[in-house]
Design a protein around this ligand. Structure first.
Ligand SMILES: Nc1ncnc2c1ncn2[C@@H]1O[C@H](COP(=O)(O)OP(=O)(O)OP(=O)(O)O)[C@@H](O)[C@H]1O
Length: 306
């Protein structure tokens, strides 16, 4: 568990992070969401002490990170930097091997684990001998993720890990990412300014503005019980889409005979209404099921909006 207690950071007399507190629970993906300059990256970097907090405390599993050696602290934290952060003069193979070499893994183990991760992240093996600038932005980001995952540390900090991807590739990566076995037991803090990404990946979201946390909650809580007008307005543009994405078939099942829809189309109760509708809309034979689901969603929605 990561606990951030009343943490602040001031740059040139201006607060970049202003007395924030939150907790990332074990094995959850907590998203820090906010517009450019609101203090997300600074917050993330304070957790692995790339930036030292001016005040407040950060605890990992109850231990203050100030009381730990920086190198030892960072060994237990995978970090995916904004724009991949790969060493430009190292090959991809060397970039991925940096931490395993510090941990004195034998060459065979490094090679096997690297190949396994490349495969899972859909990167061809021939990238290994290339330099970062010989890869696309999206490929570089996947390498950045492989590098952060290889040592299997229990905590993962990710700064805009999919920022270089277009929206279509992003949607694919999000579902791949969520199903990666390597992530299942990790506590993950992910920074993004992309509202849809936050809703697709975050179990909880901290919405930040001007160095402060405005609201922390599940996507449903943030959407249906916004703390103030700022939160409401922040999601106004994407609101309907987000509502379809946060509602699962489990949420709407009491409004339909969902067994039919779930069984017939191989959905699960966790499938979002959005994904189910997308699948149903791809074939005109499913028009009836599509309409049943829309109606159920509308009935469910009426009860959420207070
Ligand atoms: N090293 C630094 N020196 C001075 N000011 C800084 C430094 N790092 C960040 N800042 C300032 O602190 C504020 C917060 O920056 P931060 O990078 O944490 O924001 P962010 O939410 O991650 O933004 P982005 O999404 O654009 O990366 C900004 O006003 C930024 O200009």
């Amino acid at each position: 568990m990561i606990t951030v207690e009343s943490v602040s950071k001031i740059f040139n007399g201006k607060p970049a992070v202003d007395n924030i507190s939150f907790q990332a629970n074990d094995k959850e993906i907590l998203v820090l969401l906010g517009t450019s300059g609101c203090g997300k990256t600074t917050t993330l970097k304070m957790i692995n002490r790339l930036i030292e907090a001016d005040s407040g405390n950060i605890l990992i599993d109850g231990k203050n990170i100030r009381d730990r050696k920086v190198e030892e602290l960072r060994m237990g934290i995978g970090f995916v930097m904004q724009h991949s952060g790969l060493f430009p003069h190292y090959t991809i193979k060397q970039n991925i091997a940096v931490v395993p070499e510090l941990l004195k893994w034998d060459t065979q183990k490094i090679q096997n684990t690297t190949e396994e991760l490349l495969h899972k992240l859909h990167l061809p093996e021939d990238v290994l001998s290339r330099l970062p600038n010989e890869l696309s932005g999206g490929q570089q980001q996947r390498v950045g993720i492989a590098r952060a995952l290889i040592a299997n540390s229990p905590i993962l900090l990710m700064d805009e890990p999919f920022g270089a991807l277009d929206n279509i590739t992003k949607a694919d990566i999000h579902s791949e990412f969520k199903s990666l076995e390597e992530l299942k037991n990790k506590t993950i803090i992910l920074v993004t300014h992309d509202v849809q990404e936050a809703f697709e990946l975050g179990q909880r979201i901290c919405l930040m503005d001007k160095g402060k946390i405005i609201q922390t909650g599940t996507p449903q809580e943030i959407l249906y019980r916004p703390k103030n007008d700022f939160v409401k307005d922040f999601f106004a543009e994407n609101r309907l889409l987000l509502e379809y994405k946060v509602a699962s078939l489990n949420n709407v099942k009491s409004f339909i005979d969902s067994e039919i829809i779930i069984g017939e189309f191989q959905f699960t109760e966790e499938t979002s209404v959005w994904n189910a509708l997308q699948k149903l809309s791809s074939d005109h034979k499913n028009t009836d099921a599509y309409e049943i689901l829309i109606k159920a969603f509308n009935d469910y929605r009426k009860l959420q909006i207070v």
